[in-house]
Design a protein around this ligand. Structure first.
Ligand SMILES: *Cc1c(COP(=O)(O)O)cnc(C)c1O
Length: 359
């Protein structure tokens, strides 16, 4: 076993802090994945996920991280050409994934820190070249939340283009009404706002998307949506599911529904506002352009030139961890995640630790 380190409470944008009782749910004794007990477990999770995603669509469970489903979505749905909106590391990854799978693909690039605009998407789609649009709702690398409702409005005018959305760091922290928005594939990993250990991903898939998939060649094997649908309808998965994580997911979904979804969205929004005003009061800027700040994490522009190494080391002494900027934003920004089971009191705690350290 790896040497036990004193635990640091995580305020990083994934994996996030997992409550002891959620970890304990993973210790449920193992069952066979073709047993009636397993089908009952998946059957119990199914409607709760539908409630959380505001959808009647099927929601698949995938024993993978979210990147697996990002790959699956383009493989299953693109017969012609993918348009990937890019304004950060994860959305750029999706463009790379499309190319790596031999798909014809273009990036609609906005600067890191800026949001993608519905008008830009409309202009591109009007060319008629595309059959899939990929969008990262909440760019975890920059802390920008793209205007999902406005983009969904544009997508309605292009019914032949599949609307595929990565909500990895927003789903379960922000209200995302999949059916109302007309999202064909809405995917997320559970180690962000679901506050579960990593290794499981979920995605809703529309009937339209399944019709498309049925016509697409070389969908691949592990993430073949048609196979996933056939097994889903028996409350199973094609290969062995992440059973321990699904026990924990079931437990966590009950907790979310008990909190109340509206209360959950309010809690997240409240923490975001608190964190933004903390930054402003301390003379920091925010990295995202105004009006598009993420609700689940705050990306602070390091306008005070704080030594991040020192800050991280001092926080570690206090048993806490935040995130340096992502990739090229290292040192220029830092990120504080406030999602999942993080409470306003937890957030206040880490912010006052930072205050103490910065003096
Ligand atoms: C974390 C993250 C991913 C990657 O998820 P994995 O589970 O690590 O594959 C993709 N997109 C966004 C927006 C993320 O925050």
């Amino acid at each position: 076993m790896a040497a036990a380190q004193p635990h640091r409470r995580l305020f990083i944008p994934g994996p996030v802090e997992v409550l002891p009782e959620v970890l304990a749910a993973m210790a449920t004794p193992m069952i066979g994945h073709r047993s009636a007990e397993y089908a009952a477990l998946q059957g119990a999770v199914r409607p709760k996920l539908g409630t959380l995603l505001y959808t009647q669509n099927r929601v698949f469970l995938s024993a993978s991280s979210a990147t697996g489903l990002m790959e699956g979505a383009v493989r299953n749905l693109c017969a012609r050409r993918v348009l990937s909106c890019t304004n950060g590391a994860f959305s750029e990854r999706w463009h790379e994934i499309a190319l790596a799978n031999g798909k014809e693909a273009d990036a609609l690039a906005a600067e890191w820190g800026k949001a993608v605009r519905p008008e830009q998407i409309e202009e591109k789609l009007k060319t008629g070249r595309y059959d899939v649009l990929t969008l990262v709702h909440n760019e975890t690398s920059t802390g920008v939340m793209n205007p999902l409702a406005g983009i969904a409005e544009v997508m309605r005018r292009f019914p032949e283009v599949m609307f595929v959305v990565d909500t990895v760091s927003s789903l379960a922290g922000v209200k995302i009404e999949v059916d109302k928005l007309g999202i064909d594939v809405c995917l997320a990993g559970v180690q962000k706002a679901f506050a579960l250990p990593p290794g499981l991903a979920v995605c809703s898939v529309s009937a339209r998307a399944l019709e498309r998939a049925a016509t697409v060649k070389h969908r691949g094997y592990y993430f073949d949506f048609i196979e996933m649908k056939d097994y889903h309808d028996k409350d199973q998965t094609p290969a062995t599911p992440a059973i321990s994580q699904i026990f924990a997911l079931d437990f966590q979904l009950d907790r979310m529904l008990k909190e109340g979804l509206e209360a959950r969205w309010e809690r997240h929004l409240g923490m975001a506002r608190r964190c933004r005003s903390w930054a402003a009061e301390r003379g920091f800027g925010l990295f995202p352009e105004a009006g598009y700040e993420s609700v689940t994490l705050t990306t602070v522009a390091n306008t005070r030139n704080v030594d991040m190494k020192k800050l991280e080391a001092e926080l570690a002494k206090r048993g806490k961890e935040i995130s340096n900027g992502y990739g090229k934003l290292k040192g220029k920004t830092f990120r504080i995640a406030h999602m999942g089971d993080c409470t306003p009191a937890d957030l206040d705690g880490v912010l006052s630790d930072i205050d103490q350290i910065l003096g």
